[in-house]
Design a binder for this molecule. Structure first.
Ligand SMILES: *Cc1c(COP(=O)(O)O)cnc(C)c1O
Length: 403
């Protein structure tokens, strides 16, 4: 059996968490309202295919984002694939290498090669200065990712896209409810895609939304997400089944109604982490611009091993041993995952910042499932794990692994 910190006399003992604390436990709004909605769905006998709740969900998002068109989808990955298809992308598309693998997979699934571009270490977002060197005759688009809900350098990306006649898309899976330079994310580029997966800040169990101000594109996307049907017996284009179900929309609407509460809890949690981590050298919390709207869904720290003198991976194991289920996002990096790893073996050499971040970053638990007390304890574990320098840390680490 693994030992807990509490059993290690040298640390004075802190009580272990009896239940696992996970990163991205779902936020759940009013159960009562959700169940009422599900009841109504069952009574109406309309379970999918552009039902009233999906329509309401789309309108609600469009009005929150202040965007012309919103098309709800079964998830964001399928949403990205539909957006990519509707933009008629081919060949190669440039994406950041520090992202969730779905950004790359959505392209690869359609036979388009994702070209990995390194990120800016200060923003974690795609580095516009590194894009032009990657553009070839086959490049048809740039797809940015607003990582952790922090907006990409939209102007720089738009300028490069304009100069090279490329489409500009955004994987906005993290960025629902966020703004960039005062404008709500969802209004940039040709098209943006949100995720409402259970791990995201607002969820519809599974779900996504494609948003755009381009009416022609919106029309195409709407057809494509429903097999290309324009009418009962009429198919106008290639399509897929990308529809959101009514029960997902019910959850989505219920989440939207509690959205401000989720943000305020996330923000309070972020502030608590900020306070606690401010005196833990080498554990650096990423910052959010107070002038922007943000969902504060991601508590991301960068471990500076030169200061902590214990590796990120060891800290990660210590946290897990204490039932704190932190995550190494996005380890080991998209380019280190198949099918990309085999194809572009030397790619890692060019992706220095991505490689560094993938070895430094830890995401810590937040959301409505936890509060100040839990965060205090999580930070106490971090404080202990990083306090004694190598010697004590090695001892602690060995103890944790003593069977
Ligand atoms: C979650 C996520 C996705 C995929 O969203 P799904 O709704 O689960 O398909 C895509 N990109 C990023 C950056 C994500 O975090």
């Amino acid at each position: 059996m693994k030992k807990h910190l509490s059993e290690l006399a040298i640390f004075g003992g802190i009580p272990a968490f009896t239940e696992k604390l996970h990163v991205n436990r779902p936020n759940i709004g009013s159960k009562q309202i959700l169940l009422q909605r599900i009841n109504d769905i069952l009574d109406s006998k309309w379970l999918s295919n552009n039902g009233v709740l999906v329509q309401e969900f789309e309108q609600h998002i469009a009005s929150l984002v202040k965007v012309k068109h919103c098309i709800a989808t079964c998830n964001a990955t399928t949403g990205l694939e539909i957006a990519i298809k509707a933009c008629e992308l081919t060949g190669e598309v440039i994406i950041p290498s520090f992202t969730f693998v779905a950004t790359a997979h959505a392209l690869q699934w359609l036979g388009i090669e994702p070209i990995f571009c390194d990120v800016d270490p200060s923003t974690h977002n795609i580095d516009p200065q590194k894009i032009e060197a990657l553009i070839t005759a086959k490049t048809t688009a740039i797809m940015g990712v607003h990582l952790w809900g922090r907006g990409c350098d939209v102007e720089a990306l738009a300028e490069i896209a304009r100069r090279h006649n490329l489409k500009l898309l955004f994987d906005a899976a993290h960025a629902f409810g966020c703004s960039y330079k005062g404008q709500t994310i969802g209004n940039f580029g040709n098209v943006e895609v949100f995720s409402f997966n259970a791990t995201k800040f607002c969820n519809s169990f599974e779900g996504g939304a494609i948003v755009t101000n381009d009416s022609e594109l919106a029309k195409k996307i709407r057809l494509m997400k429903n097999f290309g049907f324009s009418n009962y017996d009429c198919v106008d284009s290639i399509g897929i089944n990308g529809k959101m179900s009514e029960v997902s929309a019910a959850m989505g609407l219920t989440s939207l109604e509690s959205m401000e509460d989720f943000i305020s809890i996330n923000r309070k949690n972020y502030k608590k982490y900020q306070h606690e981590l401010s005196n833990i050298p080498g554990v650096n919390l990423i910052t959010y611009d107070e002038k922007e709207r943000c969902n504060y869904q991601y508590i991301v720290v960068e471990i500076d091993e030169l200061i902590t003198r214990i590796s990120r991976d060891k800290i990660y194991e210590i946290l897990w041993a204490e039932n704190i289920i932190a995550r190494r996002y996005f380890y080991p990096g998209c380019h280190q995952m198949e099918p990309y790893r085999s194809r572009i073996a030397d790619m890692g050499l060019m992706l220095t910042n991505t490689r560094n971040l993938a070895s430094r970053v830890l995401a810590l638990p937040t959301g409505t499932a936890i509060g100040s007390k839990e965060i205090g304890k999580i930070c106490q574990v971090l404080r202990l794990a990083t306090s004694g320098g190598n010697l004590i840390n090695e001892k602690l680490y060995q103890n944790l692994h003593a069977c």
